[in-house]
Design a protein. Structure first.
Lengths: 183, 269
């Protein structure tokens, strides 16, 4: 999952990694970057389609985590999943030219997917893409419009020329298909 | 979720951030008091995280890591730098997000620059003020001279001006003509008094006598008023020609290009 062939950090435990950041351990931030920059940058790039803006989001997310490591609660979710959603939200802020948030959200994110370590992440990523590829195109498109383009279900329905109920169903069932694949 | 089926789709939309703004308050109110829906929301957010992870993979720009190091601060820079494989040569400044170490000196540099700039402005201003004062003095002097010249001209041209030439008490008033000629300026001023009246078909004509000895050059015709006074002030086509003197003849109406009568008055030389 990392951007290049960096050595895997010794601290695989996310809670321990965040705890090191909380204690001001600079090497923990280096480990954090090497481990998760590909996720944060990839999500931001997908939303913004611009490398410069995507790097701004990348820097913003990591700096906010460095300044306020308590924003992530290991009991409330996995770090890579949390970072991915935070990166998406920040990127949408940039897309809409909203002023950047002062702090990152304390989101409760629950997933049973194993994202510990590079090998597990690669495996999960491959599976996610495979599941998405098997979704009906209009369902995948509805998910992407909502998540990566920041559109509301009303906007999606208008753009697609579909009833609101259809769009709502496509989005919910699409998310559930993803969940089921990792159940 | 059976008891909460009415919120099922709303929760999914809320998790993926696609719920309309006006629909959010109702759901958020419900969420505050419903642990089951809170749990389902966390699971749905986990699902959106999987969607997000599908975009993971592209490598950040090479300099991004180094820029993050610089943004975190100098204390951390050494640690990160040691782990950096290859750092980017150039750093892009992201204001509000990144503040490279050298940027901390920016206020000092800007203050220094402003101080030097202010000193240069002050010196320039002093020089300009001095020049302005000199020019102002020149303008005042010229204005004074112009005012005096205008007063003289007004006095000479005014029909109310009483012109008197004082002569010996034993002689009759004699015709008198005064000329002021500026060869470089090419202008001539002539003032005449006590001139004899002329027939209606005659005029007085003034001639410039060139210093080179050439033929007289016409300088204009004039008629005296009832008191025998006359004045001419005009530019000459003979500008630049030195004059040895001036002369006056009586010529036919319209003037002549060369004297046609005997010179009746001339300057002493």
């Amino acid at each position: 999952m990392r951007s290049s062939g960096t050595q895997m950090p010794n601290h695989n435990d996310e809670a321990a990694l965040v705890e090191r950041i909380r204690s001001g351990d600079e090497t923990a931030m280096a480990d954090m970057y090497d481990r998760y920059s590909g996720i944060v940058y990839g999500v931001a790039l997908r939303v913004l389609g611009n490398t410069t803006a995507a790097e701004d989001v990348l820097q913003e997310v990591f700096l906010q985590l460095w300044r306020n490591p308590n924003a992530f609660d290991a009991n409330r979710g996995k770090l890579p999943a949390w970072l991915a959603v935070i990166a998406r939200n920040r990127a949408i802020d940039h897309l809409r030219k909203r002023p950047p948030e002062d702090d990152i959200e304390d989101l409760h994110i629950s997933t049973g997917v194993n994202l510990e370590g590079e090998a597990a992440q690669r495996l999960a990523l491959s599976k996610i893409r495979n599941v998405l590829a098997q979704l009906p195109q209009e369902q995948r498109r509805a998910l992407e419009m909502a998540f990566f383009e920041g559109m509301t279900h009303t906007e999606i329905a208008t753009k697609c020329g579909e009833p609101l109920g259809t769009i709502k169903t496509r989005i919910r069932t699409g998310l559930l298909v993803l969940r089921k694949a990792f159940a | 979720m059976n008891d909460h089926s009415q919120y099922a789709e709303m929760l999914a939309l809320y998790a993926i951030d696609a719920l309309n703004a006006e629909e959010r308050p109702e759901l958020e109110t419900h969420l505050r008091s419903c642990a089951e829906c809170q749990s389902e929301l966390a699971a749905l957010r986990g699902d959106t995280a999987l969607l997000a992870l599908s975009a993971a993979g592209p490598a950040p720009p090479r300099g991004a890591r180094q820029r993050l190091i610089a943004a975190i601060g100098p204390r951390q820079a050494g640690v990160f730098a040691n782990q950096t494989r290859k750092s980017s040569a150039g750093q892009r400044v992201i204001l509000g997000v990144l503040r490279p170490g050298w940027l901390r000196l920016a206020p000092v540099a800007v203050a220094l620059f402003l101080a030097v700039f202010s000193l240069l402005l002050w010196r320039s201003n002093s020089r300009l003020t001095s020049r302005q004062e000199k020019m102002q003095a020149q303008v005042e002097q010229l204005s004074k001279e112009l005012n005096e010249a205008q007063q003289i001209a007004a006095l000479l041209k005014s029909p109310d001006t009483v012109r008197m030439t004082l002569v010996s008490t034993h002689t009759q008033p004699q015709p008198q003509v005064k000329t002021m000629y500026g060869p470089k300026m090419g202008r001539l001023l002539m003032v005449a008094n006590n001139l004899n009246p002329l027939p209606s078909d005659k005029v007085y004509e003034l001639w410039l006598l060139p210093a080179t000895g050439g033929p007289p050059m016409p300088c204009g015709t004039f008629r005296p008023d009832a008191s025998g006074n006359a004045m001419m002030h005009h530019p000459l086509s003979a500008a630049g020609i030195e004059a040895s003197g001036f002369a006056i003849t009586v010529e036919p109406e319209g003037g002549s290009q060369a004297p046609t009568s005997e010179i009746m008055m001339s300057s002493a030389g």
